[in-house]
Design a protein around this ligand. Structure first.
Ligand code: NI
Length: 225
């Protein structure tokens, strides 16, 4: 499932991120890439342990914790500290699948859900689409600053070459309580249907109570926590 989350950051928060990032020493993005993806990768990143990356990462994680659609869609168990990248003119990231396991200090994560949070206005650059492949074909994603795309970490994806301007973004992964994308998608659809039904029929409506029970029992059956 791919999901577009609008307004994860406010325009003020985006401006703050950009101001802090402007002052950073950007390094070659291959430092966080696996062997295969390092060959395809040509971009810049803020070092993972830079205090600014921590500060902005915490700002983003705070915003995500208050975002019910993110929580419902990702069902996060752990969220990897956000990283920040930048593609200037001529830079790109060829097709790859992200590493399955990552380390944040001593903590090991399985990457189930990938996220890109756009920090540049789409009018500020040409090219630079995130292109995600799934069974339905290729999806080109270029979102307003402050918006985020979630997609299964199992997907083959790439970033198209930048032909004008510069594209800044935060990216990270979540380990979900639900490993399989198909099960996570079903739970998200069921959750949305229950929310809609409870608005129309009320929380106490017996069908809402029954479906909420089914949601929880599927979550119990499928989750690893
Ligand atoms: Ni990637």
């Amino acid at each position: 499932m791919m999901l577009h989350l609008e307004g994860v950051l406010t325009p003020e928060q985006v401006a703050h991120c950009r101001q802090v990032l402007q002052a950073q020493d950007w390094v070659d993005g291959r430092v966080t890439a696996g062997e295969q993806s390092a060959r395809a990768k040509n971009n810049l990143q803020v070092p993972q342990d830079a205090p600014a990356a921590r500060e902005l990462g915490d700002l983003i994680l705070g915003a995500l914790g208050r975002n019910p659609r993110f929580v419902a869609a990702a069902l996060p168990l752990r969220v990897y500290p956000p990283l920040f990248n930048r593609y200037d003119e001529g830079m790109a990231f060829g097709a790859h699948v992200d590493n399955a396991i990552r380390f944040a200090g001593p903590v090991r994560f399985r990457t189930d859900v990938s996220a890109t949070l756009f920090l540049s206005d789409p009018a500020d650059y040409d090219g630079g689409e995130l292109i995600v492949e799934d069974a339905y074909g290729e999806h080109a994603v270029k979102l307003p600053a402050g918006d985020m795309i979630l997609y299964p970490a199992t997907s083959l994806h790439r970033v198209a070459p930048i032909v004008r301007g510069s594209r800044w973004a935060a990216f990270f992964w979540a380990q979900s309580m639900i490993r399989a994308d198909a099960q996570r998608s079903l739970l998200f659809d069921l959750d949305n249907a229950i929310q809609n039904l409870s608005v129309k029929a009320g929380q106490g409506e017996p069908s809402v109570v029954s479906l909420t029970g089914i949601y929880n029992n599927l979550l119990r059956m499928w989750s690893d926590v």
